[in-house]
Design a protein around this ligand. Sequence first.
Ligand SMILES: [Zn+2]
Ligand SMILES: [Zn+2]
Length: 176
Amino acid sequence: MRITYACPACDATVMHDGAEAARTLECPQCKAAVEVPADAVAWVAADGSRGGPGEGRLRLRRCLVCPSTELFARKDFPQRLGVGIVVAGFAASCVTWAWRLLVPTFAILFATALLDVILYLLMPECLTCYRCAARYGGDGVADDVGGFDLETHEKHRQQRARSRELASARPAGRPQ
Ligand SMILES: [Zn+2]
Ligand SMILES: [Zn+2]
């Protein structure tokens, strides 16, 4: 399982392979270590019973970083690539349009849309943490996990905003 997260100390993007076996995750930039919760990773055998480490399928029960239990599955599709394809297709179709080539113009637009859809379908699913946006990729890690839920997302967004407010209010509000 591969984890990609923003280091809580320095905000650098950190990537680790084999995160299911890790006890701590260390940031290569600032060396800050995140302790992995002991119960975060579970293994489920083919018959649904609990397997030993490395047996059966990997299940992530909580985020290794923050450690929220609320995660959602989504396609591991780089948005910039998707937008890039559309922009390139649009630019090419502008050229053919200027040349009054009607059929190639629509063919290009149709092909770019199709390419986007095919790429999207081919991309594997990954798990994302609502709270800290850590991403988890790997074989079957996102199986049996629900997709994005706006209500849960909103709950975490408000919690983040509240804790930021509290953090900024504390030093000024309490004279010693
Ligand atoms: Zn760091
Ligand atoms: Zn998290």
